[in-house]
Write a protein that binds this ligand. Structure first.
Ligand code: PLP
Length: 220
């Protein structure tokens, strides 16, 4: 696969193939093209091939390349998939259309304030530390019910739950657990699955898959 259109077609075909046994509709799964570290010259061919939803993991990097691309293609949706510092909440709310890393009360407070000031409600996935890893972001599973209550009380629109399973482990049990937690809380959105495991994630209910390498090639 040596070009963006072919890679995109392959990922779509893989999603469609696993949708069948899972009895799901491919159009119910949003493919987020994760363009972190890649410049506009790598992103433009994917836009030309029809991709309209992109993901970045750092606010500052996204600020450098997306305002121009979004001005040229106003229908593009930009998702923040990486950890967010509270002091970047205002910039994140201004640039992104969805945030996948809401995971703690201090960030909730900063985002609530930023959304109020901007007059702009940005849907947020609540990130769950699904493997209970101390070095990773995400709300602890035990704290999820209370945190979700806080998010709802703050009137921040909840898109669903997001996770990044532990590396080098079979991800399926973690995806299944996230799906169960979402169902328990009446949430339908599930942001899970990356280049190595998005098909597994789709089989287990992912509504948003975050795919970088399979679309852009290896990061430098
Ligand atoms: C980089 C990144 C991805 C995409 O990873 P690939 O393995 O390149 O598909 C997905 N989710 C998050 C949170 C990331 O930081």
């Amino acid at each position: 696969m040596d070009n963006a259109a072919a890679r995109l077609a392959e990922v779509h075909a893989n999603i469609a193939r696993v949708c069948k046994p899972a009895r799901r509709a491919p159009e119910d799964i949003t493919l987020i093209a994760v363009s972190k570290t890649h410049g506009p010259e790598a992103i433009q061919p994917l836009i030309d091939a029809g991709q309209r939803v992109f993901g970045e993991n750092r606010v500052q990097e996204a600020q450098g390349k997306w305002p121009a691309l979004k001005a040229a293609h106003p229908e593009i949706e930009l998702h923040l998939i990486g950890q967010l510092q509270s002091n970047k909440a205002r910039e994140a709310v201004a640039l992104f259309d969805c945030i996948h890393s809401l995971d703690r009360p201090s960030l909730l407070a900063a985002l609530t304030k930023a959304m109020d000031e901007a007059g702009r409600q940005v849907p947020c996935f609540v990130q769950v530390n699904i493997g209970n890893e101390p070095q990773k972001g995400g709300c602890p599973i035990a704290g999820l019910p209370a945190f979700l209550e806080q998010v709802r009380a703050a009137d921040v629109p909840v898109a669903g739950l997001m996770c990044i399973p532990p590396a080098d482990t079979e991800p399926a049990p973690f995806f299944a657990l996230l799906a169960k937690l979402a169902a328990d809380h009446g949430l339908s959105g599930l942001s899970m699955g990356m280049s190595g495991d998005y098909q597994t994630a789709v089989m287990l209910g992912a509504t948003h898959v975050r795919v970088g390498t399979a679309l852009f090639g290896a990061r430098g």
